[in-house]
Design a protein around this ligand. Sequence first.
Ligand code: NAD
Length: 368
Amino acid sequence: MSNPSILILPGDGIGPEVMTEVRKVIGWFGDKRGLAFDISEDLVGGAAYDKHGTPLHDDTMAKAQEVDAVLLGAVGGPKYDELDFSVKPERGLLRLRKEMDLFANLRPAQCFDALADFSSLKKDIVAGLDIMIVRELTSGVYFGEPRGIFKEGNERVGINTQRYTESEIARVARASFELAKRRGNKVCSMEKANVMESGILWRDVVNEIHQAEYPEVELSHMYADNGAMQLVRAPKQFDVILTDNLFGDVLSDCAAMLTGSLGMLPSASLGAPMANGRPKALYEPVHGSAPDITGQSKANPIACILSFAMALRYSFDSGDEATRLETAVEQVLADGVRTADLMQAGDASPVTTSQMGDAIVTALEASL
Ligand code: NAD
């Protein structure tokens, strides 16, 4: 049987820098844990535009559809700011998400003890935090029709439409319940059923899926505005939060920053299962290409490395190895190893991107 396959798309700016460290980690799992992958690498974003005049070549798109998981660094940068909208680097990423139909965006908010001081909230409120936001990613108000800016009488009117079908709600609800079963067994669904019909349908469908397929999972509902308040008041009450595209956009950013630096945040975007049972999947750090620190060996590779941990867990049925990697990251942070973004007054000097990658591999080695 062939090895599982990964397409690596380092992208622009610090993307290639952090991806070099992920490759060290992937190499370690191949050498020491018998987890060998068939790795291919290609261009996306500005790097693809420079070579092909498009931010995602059709051949790359076709490869992404075939592999078991795509791992992406970051796209964009000032060099491409003046390009036409249709060929901007970000369009490459949007095309991947759209054509792979990645409808469930998973954003963990996890607070490593060593970084609890980084949160803007009190340490006891965030220490040990481990929640997962599941955001519907391919429908809702960002895609609904009609949309546009129209003339009405003598003024303009801007229109976007919140639209969800039952099947769109059902599939992301299932993804959330499945996740909850592997975690704390609780889902809190957030919408605005008090003022939006799409919210009423959302709540109905989530209840139906729950009763018919996942009665053993604890389900609660919350209006999204209250959800935002609860996230900063008492975030540890949550396990999995299920929400739509618009509310998820806001709530996931809010939850993520409970835990500190942008350089720490991984994500996964999952679609329907393929013939081999694995979901279509794209893993990427939440951060962008960080042009302000590109080429200076300052980038924190942890977000991208933790994205690979998510791949181990959700694409490659290797939850124990994902935990091993997350524990290695936690150990390195507890030992005081810090890239520049994680420094606080009084800390020793920061390590480079490559030194952080090496420290994580050393911690993995020590875990054996
Ligand atoms: P950004 O995430 O690139 O950077 C914001 C700030 O966080 C910067 O100060 C940066 O130095 C810092 N930072 C980000 N990642 C870091 C890391 N791993 N280690 C240390 N510090 C880190 O966001 P931005 O500056 O708004 O955008 C820069 C470019 O990235 C733009 O072209 C934007 O469109 C693009 N972008 C891409 C993605 C993506 O590829 N998914 C996401 C967001 C932004």
